[in-house]
Unconditional design. Structure first.
Length: 633
């Protein structure tokens, strides 16, 4: 048998009792009484006693007499022999060290960790989260299960039923303002603006956990726009451009005469159709193209949006008379009268280029006849104001982005450089020191020469200024020229912040013009749904007038709605019937959302998403120009 020794070797012991001679070893190893007391066979070698240390001897031979005498003074710790006094001191030292060092560490690790409190959201973030809810409050159709507005329900389920060829009707979309009309022109513009803000600032939306919400709002609008033309046909020959509406001075039940919640509408809602409308088709094409970039992660849906955007573009470019969609229509012109369509050509051309990478679209947008007819370089004050009717400054900024980051060169450079220059001049015009536009004493810019509802224009100007600053920062450009003056990016950011701060309450009245933000905000918003109690009672067309004329606050706060705003003297009348002061609009709130997200401060996600918008663009070569008809006035 083999037995393991203390040092890892082995020795062999004989089981032959006849040959051990009392030695305990085999007969080949006789005992030598004078030289050996005891021996061990280790790894094949005999060791003499004096070759072993004291511990090894004790292991093999047992304790000597001398060791037995010292048994009370020493403790054998295997291989170490120490005094009891030293052992006591060692144990005491270990205990003291444990109490002084080890115990506090254990206690500290066992206590629950208190993470530093997260930085509270800034005002722009808080306002943005509310502003998005306004779009939920404006939804028409069958509402989703996660409906966020408790006082809203299904409505407009018969929209489009007056058009026999519309199989599924026109159910869905958004109501425009405080009435129950669905105006497709400003609705499409609003979806384009929301998509633009999500494309540029996706990381910010994600950081504040509003990315999915914003996408859902865009999809709700895009799905509806797909219903408004014959998308299954090879070519579009008409567009349904409005549901509902009224004639000025009408005393018959319609959207102006009646004051009813959308859920209670029981009057006829006529569908308006346009067989021309390059402006409407161009804006719808822009909306679907921009949305297709937002939904790049859903290739099937994204391609559906792109294909229909291209059909709308062909309709805008080639089909029928080239006249604004609203011309001659008394149900549209008094409310959303379009004054031109070349700005929509530039706008949709830019978006379709970004969505498809097809150079023919940017060729259209940069062909000299288009900006000429859009009066892009005329430096008319009102043409530097972005709104639902004028996309010119936005289109030029969007194309300036192309020059700044991709620099495509010939044959686009000449026009892109001019767009870039005009964009810089537009930014200069927003600065108070140049006296291009008037400002109220409280600091609000008056971009429409003192016309009512100024906040929608101030918010879009804030967005363009903030976004242009972010473009320059992403391109490592520290500022821009205004004549002989050079300004840093902070000047643009400060301008944008000043306008949003005014809207959120930093004004002479200390009033927030966004419902639900701050302690003081409009309580008599011009809005049928918000002003009528959700008490499960049906109020007739004229039965709702008592809520319209009531001096009581609205029973339902339409959270996030930015109202029309103050007058040029910073005065505001919180009266429901004064719609220029108290009515919110879809287009105005889209500009507000875009401006707010551009200034929202989020950790690690400041600035723009530089590359996503360019995902579909291959290296640019000579363009394949579209048919010449695209450039005819």
């Amino acid at each position: 048998m083999h037995s393991r020794n203390h040092w890892g070797g082995s020795f062999e012991m004989s089981n032959d009792n006849n040959n051990n001679n009392g030695t305990g070893f085999g007969s080949d190893h006789p005992r030598e009484s004078s030289e050996w007391d005891k021996a061990a066979l280790m790894n094949g070698h005999l060791l003499r006693r004096h070759d072993l240390d004291e511990t090894q001897q004790s292991w093999l031979l047992g304790p000597t007499d001398e060791m037995k005498k010292r048994k009370k003074q020493y403790v054998d710790l295997g291989c170490v022999v120490c005094s009891r006094k030293a052992l006591k001191w060692s144990v005491a030292s270990i205990l003291i060290a444990f109490c002084v060092i080890g115990l506090p560490i254990i206690i500290a690790k066992s206590l629950p960790k208190h993470k530093p409190k997260p930085t509270p959201p800034d005002n722009y973030t808080l306002a943005l989260q509310k502003a998005l809810l306004f779009f939920d409050a404006q939804k028409s159709g069958r509402l989703p299960k996660d409906n966020k507005i408790a006082w809203r329900g299904n409505s407009g389920l018969n929209d489009g039923s007056d058009v026999t060829e519309l199989k599924g009707g026109l159910v869905g979309g958004y109501y425009d303002a405080g009435d129950n009309v669905k105006f497709h022109f400003p609705m499409a513009y609003s979806m384009t603006m929301l998509s633009w803000s999500v494309i540029e600032y996706r990381q910010k939306y994600e950081a504040i956990k509003e990315y999915t919400h914003a996408r859902d709002l865009i999809k709700w609008g895009a799905d509806y726009l797909l219903l408004t033309f014959n998308s299954s046909a090879p070519k579009i020959d008409k567009i349904y451009c409005q549901v509902g509406g009224s004639l000025n001075g009408s005393s018959t039940p319609d959207d102006a005469y009646c004051w009813q919640r959308p859920e209670d509408m029981d009057y006829p809602r006529k569908t308006q159709t346009s067989q021309a409308g390059p402006d409407l088709a161009g804006e719808m094409a822009a909306a679907l193209a921009a949305a297709s970039i937002v939904f790049q992660d859903d290739p099937s849906y994204s391609q559906r949006l792109v294909k229909n955007a291209e059909k709308l573009y062909v309709f805008a470019r080639d089909f029928g008379r080239r006249t604004p969609y609203s011309r001659g229509n008394p149900y549209i012109a008094p409310y959303y009268n379009s004054t031109g369509y070349y700005d929509e050509y530039m706008w949709c051309g830019a978006w379709l280029f970004y969505a498809t990478g097809n150079a023919s679209y940017v060729s259209l947008a940069t062909n000299p006849s288009v900006p000429k007819n859009a009066k892009a370089f005329y430096m008319i004050r009102d043409l530097s104001v972005l709104d639902w009717n004028n996309k010119l400054p936005a289109a030029m900024l969007l194309l300036t982005r192309l020059r700044m980051f991709l620099n495509p060169g010939y044959p686009y450079e000449d026009m892109l450089r001019m767009y870039h220059n005009v964009t810089g001049i537009t930014m200069c015009s927003y600065l108070q020191q140049f006296n291009v536009f008037n400002f109220t004493k409280g600091g609000l810019i008056l971009l429409k020469q003192g016309k009512p509802q100024p906040l929608q224009y101030a918010s879009t100007a804030a967005f363009l200024a903030s976004l242009f600053a972010d473009y320059m920062e992403a391109g490592n450009v520290p500022g821009w020229d205004c004549g002989p003056n050079y300004f840093s990016l902070s000047v643009l950011k400060n301008f944008a912040a000043s306008q949003l701060d005014y809207i959120l309450g930093k004004n002479p009245l200390n009033m927030s013009y966004v419902v639900g933000f701050g302690n003081k905000f409009p309580r008599h918003v011009h809005h049928r749904g918000a002003s009528t109690p959700n008490d499960h009672k049906h109020y007739s067309c004229t039965g709702g007038w008592k809520w319209r004329d009531s001096r009581n606050s609205n029973p339902n706060n339409i959270t996030g709605a930015m109202v029309g705003g103050p007058d040029r003297f910073d005065q505001f009348h919180d009266v429901r019937s004064s719609y220029n002061y108290t009515e919110p609009t879809l287009a105005g709130n889209a500009g507000l959302v875009a401006a707010l997200v551009s200034l929202t401060a989020t950790t690690g996600s400041d600035g723009i998403d530089k590359n996503t918008i360019f995902s579909a663009i291959p290296p640019l070569g000579p363009p394949s120009p579209p048919p010449p008809s695209a450039w005819k006035p």
